[in-house]
Design a protein around this ligand. Structure first.
Ligand code: UDP
Ligand code: MG
Length: 306
């Protein structure tokens, strides 16, 4: 059986359409499926719509978070909930073409354990968003060692990979990169991003920056190494200046160089603060992980059983 996991945050206008489209599509292709909607603490009637769909259609189930825990948490809740032999993550706005699921499913039947959906283009995104996304993926690709330029959360993963991901003890995850990291036999499927069906994107710039920073720090300690590199460069720089200052002192003109002092103070002070900030961020992450709080809290679930 195939589990389709659909994170939904304030998507009341999309639930019914998504459920019907995906169900009939998979029914026509003769694929046994279940749809799991994860209501990520929506403030609108998303959960009610999920309940309606669940009542109409026994293949639809839903869980609801007590508050907004983010898409990442919603994906993991869906994986936890999934009963299928493989699962696919689909956006509720149908920006990932559901027809592709059939292609992914047949690749899975051929023995691939992870089928990655890769964006052929980035759809209709704003200029700022495009630049931001591009540089973000450049950085993360370098760290992860895989080209992530066009990856998405649209993936089909086998039961083995689901169990592997669920067994990871960490709370701060980055699903997109983790499926690469898990190293299962994978294959890519290209798709083009379509327009959002209803409503608007749930991402704000603030949320995106937070997501980017948390993804990078959850995946790599490279920023910490960067501090060491900057420190070493500064040290060389300071050695040169130190020698120069000493020589000038011996020659008897030590009162000059006020500008240099100010600039140095600013530079060193600034980099120290930045370094402390980065270290502090990692300590905060350790603190969060050590607390061991759950990734999400489920407050409601529909009656349909697995
Ligand atoms: N989403 C979520 N929690 C959030 C934000 C988004 O579950 O805090 C879901 C949302 O309902 C949608 C998917 O994640 O199904 C992708 O969100 P969106 O379409 O807003 O992002 P975009 O396509 O613009 O990247
Ligand atoms: Mg979208």
């Amino acid at each position: 059986m195939l589990s389709v996991i659909i994170p939904a945050y304030n998507e009341e206008t999309n639930i019914k359409n998504t459920a019907d489209t995906v169900c009939s599509l998979l029914k026509n292709a003769d694929i046994d499926c279940e749809l799991i909607f994860v209501d990520d603490g929506s403030k609108d009637k998303t959960y009610l719509k999920i309940c309606d769909s669940a009542q109409e259609n026994p293949n639809v189930r839903g869980i609801s978070f007590s508050r907004n825990f983010g898409k990442e948490a919603a994906i993991f809740a869906g994986l936890e909930e999934a009963a299928g032999d493989c699962a696919v993550i689909l956006d509720c706005d149908l920006q990932f073409p559901p027809e592709k699921i059939i292609e992914m499913y047949s690749l899975w039947q051929k023995g691939y354990e992870v089928v990655e959906g890769v964006k052929r283009d980035r759809g209709n995104e704003s200029f700022f968003y495009k630049i931001f996304a591009k540089s973000f993926y450049k950085i993360i690709s370098r760290f992860v060692g895989v080209d992530m330029q066009s990856t998405s959360d649209f993936k089909l993963i086998d039961r083995k990979a689901i169990d592997a991901l669920l067994s990871l003890p960490e709370r701060n995850t980055f699903f997109r990169a983790l499926s690469f990291w898990s190293g299962f036999n994978s294959v890519q499927v290209e798709f083009s991003v379509s327009e959002r069906k209803n409503g608007k994107s749930k991402w704000t710039i603030g949320k995106l920056i937070k997501y980017a920073v948390s993804s990078i720090t959850s995946f790599t300690t490279a920023p910490l190494q960067l501090i060491t590199v900057i420190g070493s460069i500064l040290l060389v720089f300071m050695a040169v200046l130190g020698v120069q200052t000493l020589v000038r002192f011996m020659l008897g003109h030590s009162a000059e160089g006020f500008t240099t002092v100010i600039l140095l103070l600013l530079l060193v002070g600034g980099s120290l603060m930045m370094a402390l900030g980065i270290i502090g961020y990692y300590i905060a992450r350790i603190y969060e992980e050590v607390k061991g709080r759950p990734r999400y809290i489920i407050s409601k679930r529909t009656e349909n059983k697995k």
